[in-house]
Design a protein around this ligand. Structure first.
Ligand code: FAD
Length: 345
C-alpha cells in the first residue's frame, strides 16, 4: 500500500525474490518522493542526538549502488548515483558558528570531513557569493535523481509482474491466514500486507500496538535552470539560522530546498517560498536570472524520535514501513531489505 519510493523499492525487492506483489496507490510517487531533492547525504545530515540515524545511513550509498545494479539487471538501465560530496558554508558569523557546532558533532560521530578555503580551491566555490570564503566538505555524500529512480523502479516492477492498482485503500484487515484490503474496485486478498503510505499513516482497520506514530512535516523544493555544479559538491548553507541547499544536475537543472514546516497541508505558502528563494539568492547570486521551472511540495513522515521503523501491526500479517522523514530516498533500499526479512520466501 503506497507507491512512494519506500513502497516502490519494497515491491521491487519482494517481486525480485519471487513474490506476487500488488501495489495500491491512487497517485503513485506524487507524495514526499516527488518533492525530494534526492541527496544521499549521511554526513551533511548529521544532527545532535541523531547518531544512530547517521550510523544507519552510512551504508545507504552502497545499498543504493546494489539496488541500482538489481534494477539494471531487470530494465537494462541503472539509476545514476553520483558521489560528489557536500560543501557546507555559512552566510554570516552566526551561521559560521552553527557550522562550527556541526563540525564538533560530526567529529564526535567520526564522519570524514575537511576544511576548505576559496583561496586554495576556488573551483569548489563556483557560483557562490564572494562573501563566502571557507567551508567544510563531506566527501562521502552524493545524490540521485528521485524522478529517475521512480521511473526505473516502476518499469522494473512492471517487468517483474507487480500489479499496480491506481486506487486508494479505504480499509484493511486480517483474515484467517491472510490479509484483505478494500479499495474502490472491491476487496483484494493476500498472504501479507505492508503499509508504506508515508505521512498518511494507517488506513482504517489497522492499528499499531504502541508507538511509533507519524506526523507530517511539510517541505518545498524549487526547480530552476541555473549553473551546472553537478561535478562539484552539493551546496548546503546556513543562512540566518535556516538551512538551504542546491543540488545541481548535469545540464544545470538545480533543486533548491527545502522548507520544513510542522504543517499537514500539502501546499506552498508565499512566505515559505519567499524565505527559501531569498536564502538561495544570498548564497548563489546568479539565481537572480534563473528560469523558474517548478515548485514541488511534500509531507515528510516524521516520528517523535526522528527514526524510521518497520513494525508488525496488531492485525496479523500486516507490517508498517514509515518514519523516513528527511531520508526516505536515502533509506529506500534498506527499508526494502526490512520487508525481505519479514516476509517468508
Ligand atoms: C521537500 C523535501 C525534500 C526531501 N529531500 C530528500 C533528500 O534529498 N533525500 C532523502 O533521502 N529524502 C528526502 N526527503 C524525504 C523523502 O522524500 C521521504 O522520506 C520519502 O519520500 C518518504 O517516502 P514514502 O514512500 O514513505 O512516502 P511518499 O513518497 O509520501 O509516498 C506515500 C504514497 O502513499 C500513497 N498513499 C497514501 N495513502 C494511501 C492509501 N490509503 N492507499 C494507497 N496509497 C496511499 C500516496 O499516494 C503516496 O504516493 C525529502 C522530502 C521533502 C518533502
Amino acid at each position: 500500500m503506497g507507491a512512494g519510493i519506500i513502497g516502490l523499492a519494497t515491491a521491487f525487492r519482494l517481486a525480485r525474490r519471487g513474490h506476487a506483489v500488488t501495489l495500491f496507490d491512487p497517485a503513485p510517487a506524487t507524495g514526499a518522493t516527488r518533492a525530494a531533492a534526492g541527496m544521499i547525504a549521511p554526513s551533511a545530515e548529521i544532527a545532535p542526538g541523531e547518531e544512530s540515524n547517521y550510523r544507519f545511513q552510512r551504508g545507504a550509498m552502497d545499498a543504493w549502488r546494489t539496488m541500482a545494479d538489481e534494477i539494471a539487471a531487470v530494465v537494462g538501465r541503472e539509476v545514476a548515483i553520483v558521489q560528489t560530496g557536500t560543501l557546507i558554508v555559512g552566510w554570516d558569523a552566526s551561521d559560521r558558528r552553527l557550522i562550527e557546532q556541526f563540525r564538533v558533532v560530526a567529529e564526535e560521530f567520526g564522519a570524514p570531513m575537511r576544511g576548505v578555503t576559496r583561496d586554495e580551491q576556488p573551483q569548489l566555490f563556483e557560483g557562490l557569493t564572494t562573501r563566502i570564503t571557507e567551508g567544510l566538505v563531506m566527501d562521502d555524500d552524493g545524490w540521485l535523481d528521485p524522478d529517475e529512480a521512480v521511473t526505473l523502479l516502476m518499469a522494473a516492477n512492471e517487468a517483474l509482474g507487480v500489479r499496480l492498482v491506481r486506487e486508494r485503500v479505504r480499509s484493511a484487515r486480517a483474515v484467517d491466514g491472510g490479509v484483505v484490503v478494500e479499495s474502490d474496485s472491491g476487496e483484494t486478498t493476500a498472504n501479507y500486507g505492508i503499509v508504506a503510505t508515508g505521512a498518511s499513516g494507517l488506513p482504517d482497520g489497522l492499528t499499531v500496538p504502541k508507538s511509533p506514530t507519524v506526523r507530517p512535516v511539510r517541505g518545498v523544493t524549487v526547480r530552476v535552470q541555473s549553473l551546472d555544479r553537478s561535478a562539484l559538491p552539493t551546496v548546503r548553507a546556513y543562512v540566518r539560522g535556516r538551512a538551504f541547499y542546491m543540488v545541481s544536475r548535469p545540464g544545470g537543472y538545480c533543486v533548491l530546498g527545502a522548507t520544513a514546516e510542522e504543517k499537514p497541508q500539502p501546499l506552498v505558502e508565499v512566505g515559505e517560498l519567499q524565505r527559501l528563494l531569498r536564502d538561495g539568492l544570498d548564497i548563489v547570486p546568479e539565481l537572480e536570472s534563473a528560469p523558474l521551472l517548478e515548485v514541488r511540495n511534500g509531507l515528510r513522515p516524521a516520528t517523535t524520535d526522528l527514526r524510521p521503523f518497520f513494525v508488525a501491526l496488531e492485525e496479523p500479517g500486516w507490517r508498517w514501513s514509515s518514519g523516513h522523514y528527511r531520508h526516505g530516498v536515502t533509506l529506500a533500499p534498506l527499508a526494502a531489505l526490512d520487508a525481505l526479512g519479514a516476509i517468508p520466501s
